[in-house]
Design a protein around this ligand. Structure first.
Ligand code: PLP
Length: 368
């Protein structure tokens, strides 16, 4: 049995008729940017996320960047980010000219540790940017309480958590604004790049709509220097089809995760993911830890099981961020996580038999 880490083709085949219809509908419409499909998707996704506004944009990084720009965050400002995240979270801050200020995660949930946020706040701090990593939301109530106390904005990075809930409420509705990615491998992926912003703030939504389209409300009238960052009609049409399946596909991920959690619980070499009672994760990734991670990964690979590491190098140790001057040992929790994490195969098209095979293989591997 060969089990790929990620299978993007099967989800297409499952929805082929609907997706091909959507393709023809857009192609034959003769209208490809900012039209009916984007408008409809924005309304449908806003409703799904339990918010007033959704604005479709070019990708997840741009979603976060445009939110920060619309909040007037720029040079001299600081934004608190997790030390363990995909680099896009930090880049969105850097694009505005502001400085990302890393805070370590809770070692049990891998998400921003609210207890460590306050010491990182300075007079220049403007916002907190929690990431709902691996499909599980950060602990938002304490984060929002700190933000309220210091007058900070809260921007959610929901690139990995479409449909996840926190105390019953949807990710994307838990802060001042939220950025989503529809990169093909995400829980709700397009067939190309795409992203969206959700918010309940009328003014912010209006500003972002202008920013994403050249700073223009009326064609050829440019109030501000904006960007070209628009979700296109074709991707919006595909995403409308995908949205009808999101809950069902997340449910399948939950079943795979439940099999993994049960089948691997007695394996003493592994630290399995923890789900706090307030969380309802959607398992974008199933990430476990192992002291001999590289041995485990090699043996799984030899057995035909694809795995990935999310992520091998934390942003503060990337050459791209050498300017911030962080050396090894600055964020030990994050650095430790990066050495030990391994992501198992996961996706809506995975069968129970495949999950069982992964479990059996894992439990047979001899780890020194
Ligand atoms: C994927 C991802 C992004 C960026 O999304 P793109 O659509 O690729 O720009 C941002 N943050 C996190 C945590 C991600 O996983």
């Amino acid at each position: 049995m060969i089990i790929p880490f990620l299978d993007l083709k099967s989800p297409y085949l499952e929805l082929q008729a609907e997706l091909d219809d959507a393709y023809r509908r857009v192609m034959e419409s003769g209208w490809y940017i900012l039209g009916k499909e984007v408008e409809a998707f924005e309304a449908e996704f806003a409703e799904y996320c339990q918010v007033k506004h959704c604005i479709g944009v070019g990708n997840g990084l741009e979603a976060l960047h445009l939110i920060l720009r619309a909040m007037d965050i720029g040079p001299g400002d600081e934004v608190i980010v997790p030390s363990n995240t995909y680099i896009a979270t930090w880049l969105a801050v850097s694009y505005t000219g502001a400085t990302p200020v890393p805070v370590e995660p809770d070692v049990i949930t891998y998400n921003l540790n609210p207890v460590l946020i306050e010491v990182a706040i300075t007079k220049n701090t403007k916002a907190i940017l929690p990431v709902h990593l691996y499909g599980q939301t950060a602990d938002m109530d304490p984060i929002n309480a700190i933000a309220a106390r210091y007058g900070l904005k809260v921007v959610e990075d929901v690139a990995q958590s479409h449909g996840a809930r926190y105390k019953g409420r949807r990710a994307g509705s838990l802060g001042d604004a939220a950025g989503f990615s529809f990169y093909p491998g995400k829980n709700m992926g397009a067939f190309g790049d795409g992203g969206a912003i959700t918010t309940n703030d009328d003014q912010l939504a209006k500003k972002i709509r202008v920013l994403r389209n050249y700073g223009s409300q009326i064609k050829y009238h440019n109030e501000i220097k904006g960007y070209n960052s628009r979700l296109d009609e074709l991707q919006a049409a595909f995403l409308r089809v995908k949205l009808t399946k999101l809950d069902e596909w997340n449910e399948r991920r939950k079943q795979i995760a439940a099999s993994y959690l049960d089948g691997l619980k007695s394996n003493e070499h592994l630290v399995l993911p923890h789900v706090p009672e307030w969380a309802d994760p959607v398992w974008h990734l199933f990430v476990l830890r192992c002291k001999n991670r590289d041995v485990l990964q090699r043996q799984l690979n030899e057995a035909g099981i694809g795995t990935m590491i999310h992520y091998p190098i934390p942003p503060h140790l990337q050459p791209a961020y050498s300017e911030l001057g962080f050396s090894e040992g600055t964020f030990p929790i994050s650095e430790n996580i990066h050495v030990e994490v391994l992501s198992l195969p996961m996706g809506p098209s995975m069968s129970k038999a495949q999950a069982e095979f992964v479990i059996k293989t894992m439990n047979r591997i001899l780890i020194p």
